[in-house]
Design a protein around this ligand. Structure first.
Ligand SMILES: NC(=O)C1=CN([C@@H]2O[C@H](COP(=O)(O)OP(=O)(O)OC[C@H]3O[C@@H](n4cnc5c(N)ncnc54)[C@H](OP(=O)(O)O)[C@@H]3O)[C@@H](O)[C@H]2O)C=CC1
Ligand SMILES: CC(C)CCC[C@@H](C)[C@H]1CC[C@H]2C3=CC=C4C[C@@H](O)CC[C@]4(C)[C@H]3CC[C@]12C
Length: 465
């Protein structure tokens, strides 16, 4: 993928240099990174409210989130098969078992193998230290190989799908242990060898553990964010729903509602691998650090929460009628195509940024010229697209992402909230992400982003929000 940084222009002394993002600033040799106490002055939030916000943000939220989400995965595993939620049941499972450790070991080796085999490379945006992160660009091959290999296992060893389903609590425990070991290693390694010591000095350990210390980390040449999220997380999601689909057939035969739920997710995950190189330019990889949020999230939360609609349907047969299933499938396929389209329009526009005749929706593109200043003081010129999907709403890709998740939740509507839990989580995540992304863009582009918000006033749904 091409660099999204636009032309470099001479620093303009009269223009306020706007960009030092909160998340980026941690990699900035500490030159511009505000400490906790400096931040309060910079944010002009003084007094008790400011203190309370910081205590909440840096001390309370990380601890509460770690406790809440870590326990939530075992709760989900029990809930999905109508088991009582009791410590007596959960505690003996917390170390995993022979099956779960074997599965996790094979799965980890498989994912690492695909990150080590010779392949073309793709790159992420340059860091504040001037490094360009490199990623393995064999996502599509990895996806196809994983799906086929697991299909082979399912055909040869027919019990594997039901075994995976019944082993879920132990499997999640083993993944949980691997994820915590990894997070501790990254945390200690980061504290001992930080990108910049001043970046971490004022930050509480709980916050650093939750967020991660250094922006990019690799172990023996394996990029940890690519491994945890884009490889183990996403392929774990795919293989588990593949197992749950087959387990549901063993349980009550083929059901079109379950098939629609499964197929829509497969299309979505395949689409992700088709676009994987674009993922290295997103908030997660370019700005977020490998810590509990991303690593534990990718390794444990994705296999637990993202697969939950399919997990739940293994023991609960939907009775949705075939016409409804077809309508849901059509809406879901439309949503995934549109989600891809929105991301594609931005990517295509960025690639054609020097082409004034570039068209979207049959018209020459319109844009707002924007500039931003990097930490070295260099001013870059950029463009904010206001044509096509990016002129309809500021995060239309999220809207279709949500419509898609709603579609694959609908076949289980008769069971109440269960198959909608992922959709509810995603709704909260994406609404929060709208605000987070916009904060980042305001800091980066200043008045140009304000103009964009004026021209495109809605975030997700025109005239609603
Ligand atoms: N299932 C899940 O859990 C989740 C899925 N997703 C999906 O991942 C994909 C990527 O999402 P995400 O990374 O969050 O965000 P986006 O793909 O929406 O990218 C946001 C960035 O795009 C740039 N940008 C914003 N507006 C414009 C514009 N008008 N013109 C040009 N550039 C603009 C800005 O970055 P810049 O600095 O480059 O200008 C901004 O920070 C989406 O399909 C989303 O639905 C996302 C989150 C969770
Ligand atoms: C507190 C934690 C439990 C929260 C963990 C959150 C992470 C697991 C997820 C946060 C953002 C998610 C993703 C972003 C964008 C994506 C692109 C999409 O096409 C596929 C899914 C995903 C990779 C997705 C994966 C989970 C997160 C990293």
């Amino acid at each position: 993928m091409e660099s999204q940084a636009e032309e470099v222009v001479q620093p303009d002394k009269d223009k306020p240099s706007s960009v030092l993002l909160e998340s980026e600033s941690t990699t900035n040799n500490g030159k511009n990174k505000p400490t906790l106490s400096q931040e309060s002055g910079a944010n002009k939030k003084t007094g008790i409210l400011d203190k309370a916000y910081k205590i909440l943000h840096y001390h309370v939220v990380p601890v509460v989130f770690i406790l809440f989400f870590t326990s939530s995965v075992q709760i989900l595993a029990s809930l999905g098969r109508d088991e009582p939620i009791s410590l007596k049941l959960v505690l003996p499972r917390l170390y995993g078992d022979l099956h779960s450790w074997t599965i996790v070991a094979v799965f980890t080796i498989w994912a690492i193998f695909w990150l080590k085999v010779p392949s073309s490379k793709t790159y992420g945006p340059e860091t504040f230290h001037g490094a360009i992160p490199e990623y393995q660009d064999n996502g599509v091959l990895f996806f196809i190989a994983s799906v086929l290999a697991f299909l082979g296992v399912q055909l040869y060893y027919t019990q594997v799908s039901t075994l995976l389903f019944w082993n879920m609590p132990w499997l999640l425990s083993s993944l949980n242990i691997v994820a915590f070991v990894l997070c501790f290693f990254l945390f200690v390694d980061g504290i001992m060898k930080p990108d910049s010591r001043t970046d971490i000095n004022d930050l509480p350990y709980a916050f650093l553990f939750y967020r991660g210390v250094n922006l990019h980390a690799n172990i023996c040449g394996v990029d940890i964010k690519q491994l945890a999220v884009s490889r183990m997380g996403l392929i774990g999601w795919q293989l588990l729903i593949q197992a749950f689909f087959v387990a549901s057939i063993y349980n009550y035969g083929f059901n079109h509602g379950v098939a629609v739920c499964f197929l829509l997710q497969v299309v979505y995950i395949a689409k992700f691998y088709w676009w994987e190189s674009g993922y290295f330019w997103t908030l997660d990889i370019a700005f977020d650090h490998p810590g509990y949020y991303l690593c534990w999230g990718g390794l444990v939360f994705v296999p637990a929460m993202y697969t939950y609609p399919s997990y739940y349907l293994v023991l609960h047969q939907p009775t949705i009628d075939i016409l409804m299933s077809i309508v849901i499938a059509i809406i879901g396929l439309f949503a995934v195509a549109m989600n891809f389209r929105v991301d594609y329009e931005k990517q295509a526009f960025q690639k054609n940024r020097h082409n004034e005749n570039f068209q979207l929706w049959g018209k020459r593109v319109q844009y707002i010229p924007a500039t931003y200043t990097d930490s070295a003081g260099t001013v870059h010129q950029s463009k904010l697209l206001i044509s096509g999907c990016w002129g309809v709403a500021r995060h239309l890709n999220y809207t279709f992402e949500l419509l898609l998740a709603l579609s694959w939740s609908l076949p289980g509507y008769q069971f109440g909230i269960h198959t909608f839990l992922y959709f509810i989580f995603l709704l909260i995540l994406l609404v929060q992400r709208c605000f987070r992304d916009e904060k980042k863009c305001f800091e980066k582009y200043g008045s140009a982003y304000k103009e964009y918000c004026d021209k495109v006033p809605f975030r997700l749904i025109p005239y609603v929000f």
